[in-house]
Design a protein around this ligand. Structure first.
Ligand SMILES: Cc1cc2nc3c(=O)[nH]c(=O)nc-3n(C[C@H](O)[C@H](O)[C@H](O)COP(=O)(O)O)c2cc1C
Length: 422
C-alpha cells in the first residue's frame, strides 16, 4: 500500500546548494496570518514546505512585533476619511518593505530542519499602487532570505519582470498558482523573454479555501481533470521536469498519493491545518470550523477582489455594514483608490440614512474582517474536520498539531485519518 512518504519532491535547477529532496507536502499560504510562521516552521522542520503569507503584513507586524504601521497610516490619512476616493491614501513603500523584511527574517532565522519556507504573495492585494507595492513585497521577501515565493490570486503576468534584476531571481524558488492550463500558458508566454521558468506550478481546483480562480460556475470543474490538462500541457512543451502540485480538496494521504501517481510532484494542502494549535485563527473560530456541516459552507461573491470566495455561512463578516477602513488598511484599493466595498457601503448608507443601521450583504470589508478573523474562509471539506479529532469532555473538539496532521498525510494509507491520542 503506497504512502505519500514513498515519494519525494525536488525542484529543477542545480547549484542552489543544500538538499533538494522534500516530503511532497506543501502547506498552502493562508492570509491573514492563518498559516502562521509557527505552522510554516513545523512543515520545514518535518522536511516539507510551509508557507507564510504577506497579506496585510504591516498589520500582522503590529500584532506580532508591536510596530505602529496602522496607527501611523491612520494619522497620515485621517483627512481622506469622508472621501469615497482613497487615491491619496498611498502605502509608504519604505514602511512596507521594512515590515515585510522583519516578518520574513524572523521566520527564516527561526527555521530548523531540512524543509523550506515560502511566502504566498497575492496579486489582488492592489494596495493603491499594484505594481509598486507588489514589487516592494517581492524584493523585500527575497532580501530577507525567503526560500521561495508562490505567486497567487492573479495571473501575475508582470511579476517576474518586477524582480528580474534581483540577485536572487534565479536562486530563490519561484512558483505560481493556476486554475487552468490556459492561465499557465499565458504566464509562460508573458515571461518567455526573461529566460526564467517557474520552479513549480500549483494547480488549484474549485474545492480550495480562500479565493477561487473560477467563476460562480466553479462546481463544473474538477481537480483531477485540471491536473491532467496541466500535466499534458507541460509534457507537450518539454516542461515535464517542473513539479506540479495539486491543491484543493486533498483531504487524506491516499488522496495525495492519487495525484503523485498521476505524475504530480506533490500536493498543496490547507484546510486540515486550520484546526491545529499553530494555526492563527482564534481557538473559538477553530471550533466553528470543526462544527461546520456541508450546508454551512458557501461560495459567494462578497469579496471586493471580484473572485468568488468560500466561507462559513455564519461568518460575522456576512451582512456587516462596517464603515470602510481604508485609511488604516486599504489593501484592496486599486490604482484609482477604489474598492467595491466602498460603493456597496455608500449605497446602503444612502438608503437607510444616518439613523438606520447599515447592513451590507453583497460585499464585505475584507481588510477589516480578515484582520479580525471574522471572515471564516475555508475549504470545501471543512465539514469533514470533525472526523479528524476527538471530543473533549466539554463537547469541544481537541485541537490537533501541525506535526500530527502533516505526519498523517505523510504516512496514512487507505484514506484513513489518524485521530489524536485520547
Ligand atoms: C483558511 C484558508 C485561507 C486561505 N488563504 C489563502 C490565501 O491567502 N492565499 C492563497 O493563495 N490561498 C489561500 N488559501 C488556499 C490554500 O493555500 C490552498 O491552496 C487550498 O486551500 C488547498 O486546498 P485544501 O484547503 O482543500 O487543502 C486559503 C485556504 C484556506 C483554507
Amino acid at each position: 500500500m503506497k504512502r505519500l512518504d514513498d515519494y519525494r519532491l525536488s525542484f529543477p535547477g542545480q547549484g542552489r546548494g543544500g538538499r533538494n529532496e522534500f516530503v511532497p507536502i506543501m502547506i498552502g499560504g493562508m492570509g491573514v496570518d492563518i498559516s502562521t510562521s509557527d505552522m510554516a516552521l513545523e512543515a520545514a522542520r518535518l522536511g516539507g514546505i510551509g508557507h507564510i503569507s504577506d497579506a496585510m503584513v504591516p498589520t500582522v507586524s503590529d500584532r506580532r512585533f508591536k510596530t505602529d504601521y496602522v496607527k501611523e497610516r491612520l494619522k497620515k490619512y485621517k483627512s481622506v476619511r469622508e472621501s469615497a476616493n482613497k487615491l491619496e491614501a498611498q502605502f509608504d513603500l519604505g514602511a512596507l518593505a521594512e515590515a515585510q523584511k522583519r516578518f520574513v527574517s524572523a521566520a527564516m532565522e527561526a527555521k530548523r530542519g531540512p524543509g523550506l519556507i515560502f511566502i504566498n504573495c497575492m496579486e489582488k492585494l492592489g494596495m493603491n499602487a499594484p505594481k509598486a507595492t507588489l514589487r516592494e513585497r517581492l524584493i523585500a521577501a527575497l532580501d530577507a532570505g525567503i526560500d521561495g515565493i508562490t505567486l497567487s490570486a492573479g495571473l501575475h503576468l508582470g511579476s517576474f519582470a518586477l524582480i528580474a534584476d534581483h540577485p536572487r531571481f534565479r536562486d530563490a524558488r519561484l512558483g505560481i498558482i493556476v486554475s487552468s492550463a490556459r492561465a499557465l500558458q499565458l504566464f509562460l508566454r508573458k515571461n518567455s523573454g526573461l529566460d526564467r521558468l517557474p520552479d513549480y506550478v500549483v494547480v488549484e481546483g474549485p474545492l480550495a479555501g480562500g479565493h477561487l480562480g473560477f467563476g460562480m460556475d466553479w462546481a463544473k470543474y474538477d481537480l483531477r481533470t485540471l491536473v491532467a490538462e496541466v500535466l499534458a500541457f507541460m509534457k507537450e512543451n518539454h516542461l515535464g521536469h517542473i513539479p506540479v502540485l495539486a491543491a484543493g480538496g486533498v483531504f487524506t494521504g491516499s488522496d495525495a498519493v492519487g495525484y503523485l501517481d498521476m505524475g504530480c510532484g506533490g500536493v498543496q494542502v490547507a484546510t486540515r491545518f486550520t484546526v491545529t494549535r499553530e494555526c492563527g485563527l482564534p481557538d473559538a473560530v477553530k471550533q466553528e470550523y470543526f462544527k461546520a456541516n456541508e450546508e454551512d459552507i458557501e461560495v459567494n461573491t462578497l469579496s471586493p477582489t471580484g473572485y468568488p470566495m468560500r466561507m462559513l455561512r455564519n461568518s460575522p463578516a456576512i451582512g456587516s455594514g462596517i464603515k470602510p477602513n481604508c485609511e488604516s488598511y486599504g489593501y484592496l484599493l486599486d490604482s484609482k483608490g477604489h474598492c467595491d466595498y466602498i460603493d456597496a457601503y455608500n449605497r446602503e448608507l444612502a438608503r437607510v440614512g444616518d439613523e438606520g443601521k447599515v447592513r451590507v450583504y453583497d460585499k464585505t470589508c475584507l481588510c477589516t474582517h480578515m484582520r479580525k478573523f471574522q471572515c471564516w474562509t475555508c475549504g470545501h471539506y471543512t465539514y469533514r474536520l470533525k472526523d479528524t479529532s476527538r471530543r473533549n469532555a466539554d463537547g469541544s473538539y481537541a485541537l490537533l498539531t501541525t506535526e500530527h496532521v502533516f505526519r498523517d498525510y505523510q504516512f496514512s494509507t487507505e484514506h484513513q485519518v489518524l485521530l489524536p491520542a485520547a
